[in-house]
Design a binder for this molecule. Structure first.
Ligand SMILES: [Zn+2]
Length: 365
């Protein structure tokens, strides 16, 4: 609530522009999701009058954000022009900061990687100046505008302030105000998120979960985390902590975890994964316990398991078997992620794209 002070006219203008921004965002999302739509189809999908859509679409085309991309024949045999977003005419930058290195990708709006860079860095030694230089070099020769930078880091992070808090074994990032720092580098919007969520977004938008609206992605590697998508939105919870599946207790007699509890999935499974002769069935059974719990609470269409753990396909097939044996979840599909080692960096780029679709100020200025 705003208290006092503001003149009435600017307030009306600003609320009109917010309404317009919301409507533009709806149109952009529809065009992005369906790739190619007639004016009538956009109008029916977003629930706005054709005249309103025509004006806003006209502005998007004039701003080169959308374009005519063909004709379609309606049921009466008439031809109608179709529109889509100019997805190849914009760039997003994805950055994945992990314990051991940095990945940077420049993509178009559809997640096609146009440039990629990866270099090793010790977790105690991450140098932000080097990262700035890498991004600057990668976008320098590209004439297309960059809509934003998405960054994935190991959590926990404060989503409100954009600060990395205290991820274990990643001391050089502790207390770094990463979002503000990076936004100041190039004057671009920066979106920061936990790397389990960026992976979830990648598989949802570009991989195993494409076309689905409700899913849980479980990341299994140096840690275990998850990202939850509900009704086509990332679900964060009130404190930004939703999805801490690595801290579900699976062994009440197990080792103590950094969170203070004992026998969390992460502290039990990660050492098993690192064993020279990993017991994949045991690993899968432990993961299944947690995934069944997730299923009980969320009831998703599917669970995607991805991450850097070796022999993950084998683990996923055993988890799928275990989950299907648990009768109430016979319909919960469990499958492996398909995007491989670029999952996190692609997801980082895609959260920047998502931000652009939600708040297309860059496009409409
Ligand atoms: Zn824990």
């Amino acid at each position: 609530m705003t208290i006092g002070g503001e003149a009435s006219e600017p307030r009306i203008k600003s609320s009109l522009s917010r309404l317009k921004q919301r409507n533009v965002a709806k149109i952009m999302h529809a065009l992005y999701t369906h790739r190619q739509l007639t004016l009538a189809e956009v109008s029916s999908l977003v629930g706005l009058k054709r005249a309103t859509v025509a004006v806003l679409l006209g502005e998007l085309v004039a701003g080169k954000v959308a374009q005519e991309n063909g004709v379609s024949q309606d049921t009466g045999g008439r031809h109608a022009r179709t529109f889509g977003l100019a997805t190849a005419a914009f760039r997003a930058v994805g950055v994945n900061l992990y314990r051991g290195g940095v990945q940077v990708a420049v993509t178009d709006l559809m997640g096609n990687i146009l440039k990629f860079s990866e270099y090793p860095v010790a977790p105690s030694d991450l140098d932000l100046d080097a990262l700035k230089e890498t991004i600057a070099t990668m976008v320098a020769m590209d004439p297309e505008p960059v809509v934003g930078i998405g960054v994935g880091v190991p959590g926990p992070i404060d989503l409100r302030t954009g600060m990395v808090l205290n991820p274990p074994n990643f001391v050089s990032m502790h207390g770094v105000e990463l979002r503000t720092t990076m936004a100041n580098w190039f004057g671009l919007p920066v979106v920061l998120d936990d790397d389990a969520r960026t992976r979830a977004v990648a598989e949802w938008m570009l991989g195993s979960g494409r076309g689905h609206h409700d899913l849980v992605y479980v990341s299994v590697g140096a840690g275990i985390g998850s990202g939850i998508i509900i009704h086509d939105q990332i679900y964060y919870g009130v404190h930004g902590l939703a999805g801490q599946v690595g801290h579900v207790t699976v062994d009440p007699e197990g080792a103590r975890c950094s969170c203070g509890n004992v026998g969390c999935l992460e502290v039990v499974v990660v050492p098993l994964l690192r064993s020279p002769t990993p017991d994949h069935r045991r690993i899968a059974e432990l993961l299944s316990q947690a995934i069944i719990a997730v299923g009980l609470f969320i009831d998703p269409e599917l669970v995607i398991i991805g991450g850097d753990a070796p022999r993950l396909e084998l683990v996923v097939s055993i988890v799928a078997e275990e989950v299907s044996r648990y009768a109430p979840f016979a319909k919960m599909d469990v499958r492996a992620g398909v995007l491989g080692k670029n999952t996190a960096v692609l997801g980082a780029a895609m959260i920047a794209v998502g931000q652009f679709l939600n708040d297309p100020k860059v496009a409409m200025s």
